[in-house]
Design a protein around this ligand. Structure first.
Ligand SMILES: NC(=O)c1ccc[n+]([C@@H]2O[C@H](COP(=O)([O-])OP(=O)(O)OC[C@H]3O[C@@H](n4cnc5c(N)ncnc54)[C@H](O)[C@@H]3O)[C@@H](O)[C@H]2O)c1
Length: 346
């Protein structure tokens, strides 16, 4: 499918928490227009009709993807639907931006990757926004420039504000596990920073449920730590995930090289402000990653638009997105089996 008149027509499948963030962002962007929205929730379709001029809504994904009102599709549905919907989109000639994770299981994530190779005229990517967060992009640039020598270790964390309520519990129950859902950001950030097509070999993880014993029933944890090796044997990846921060969101990544070290987001800092008063000197933390990295959600969609309209080189890497699901799934297996697991790449 070609994109005409330098205006990208987007269809959006999923209009919940993240879908509405993307739609609101796109409404402010140049050279992009949202022409169709699909959701199984009527109230969300009403929101779309009230928010987007001239949009057409669909309750059924098959009818939506069959529509010729858009050239590219943003898939923002639950992760377990991504595989079938991305494959269907490609077969209907649509370019695809799929939200993370690429899929909730490794085999189907790799199937998306291999299927995409059958459609060389389509641009297909997975949105992992750390690749558009300024300090990560700058760290990658310095690493590529050789500033810290050869990368030997990357360790990364995503720790989230503690949430409550049925919606949060249901989300955790269906998200694929902490390493697939949350630490997939860290895994992908580490792959991006390493910057080479390395083959992961083994994964070991452990975790605790001190705050949410219920998560044990889902085979999940509220605090988890994982260690990943690569076949090349020359780099180590370590990831930590937590769902219980009282202070807000804190994503942090450290890259250690033979000649130096880079620390990204060392402190949970919202703005570059240190505030001093009678309580002492302190900084303010972002509450969620939406606050911390909201601008990156815009940049990744603009990168997708520019890739389609102007053929500019993006930071997306679909193979890494599949690899990240493999690593996350192997870490979840290790957590449940309490043993070292092999990372399956399919
Ligand atoms: N990049 C990030 O940091 C980030 C943050 C949050 C969520 N996400 C990802 O965004 C995706 C959506 O998460 P969310 O929190 O917005 O979920 P949500 O539950 O708020 O929304 C899900 C949407 O999918 C729609 N949907 C469900 N089944 C459907 C079907 N069969 N056909 C069409 N639409 C269907 C629902 O109607 C709803 O609009 C997930 O993959 C999640 O991992 C990414």
């Amino acid at each position: 499918m070609t994109v005409d008149n330098k205006m990208l027509r987007m269809g959006v499948a999923g209009c919940g928490r993240m879908g509405q963030i993307h739609i609101n962002n796109m409404l402010d962007m140049r050279f992009i227009t949202v022409t169709a929205v699909c959701s199984v929730i009527k109230a969300e379709l009403d929101w779309a009709l009230n928010t987007i001029d001239g949009v057409v809504t669909f309750e059924d994904f098959d009818d939506f993807i069959d529509s010729d009102r858009f050239d590219a599709v943003l898939i923002v549905t639950p992760g377990n639907l991504h595989h079938d919907q991305v494959i269907a989109a490609m077969h209907h000639g649509k370019h695809v931006f799929c939200e993370k994770p690429l899929s909730t299981d490794a085999k189907s994530a790799w199937n998306i990757y291999y299927e995409s190779l059958q459609f060389p005229d389509l641009k297909v990517c997975c949105g992992l926004p750390r690749r558009y967060v300024t300090p990560y992009v700058e760290a990658a640039r310095k690493i590529r420039n050789g500033d810290i020598g050869k990368v030997t270790t990357v360790r990364s964390q995503t720790t989230d504000l503690r949430l409550e309520g049925d919606h949060f519990v249901n989300y955790v129950k269906n998200c694929g596990g902490i390493f697939v859902d949350s630490c997939v950001h860290d895994i992908d950030a580490c792959l991006y920073l390493i910057g080479e097509d390395k083959t992961p070999a083994t994964a070991f993880s452990t975790g605790t449920t001190n705050v949410w014993p219920l998560f044990r029933q889902f085979g999940d944890v509220d605090d988890g730590m994982g260690l990943v090796t690569f076949e090349s044997g020359d780099v180590i990846m370590s990831v930590y995930g937590c769902r219980n921060n009282p202070h807000g969101h804190h994503t942090m990544t450290e890259i250690i090289g033979t000649k130096g070290r880079i620390l990204v987001n060392g402190q949970p800092r919202l703005f570059a402000l240190d505030i001093s008063d009678e309580k002492g000197t302190y900084m303010e933390a972002p509450d969620t990653q939406m606050t911390a990295f909201g601008y990156a959600f815009k940049l990744e969609i603009e990168a997708f638009r520019d890739w389609l309209l102007y053929n500019t080189e993006p930071n997306f890497n679909l193979k890494d997105a599949a690899k990240a699901v493999s690593i996350g799934s192997a870490l979840m297996d290790s957590l449940r089996k309490k043993d070292l697991t092999k990372v399956n790449l399919y």
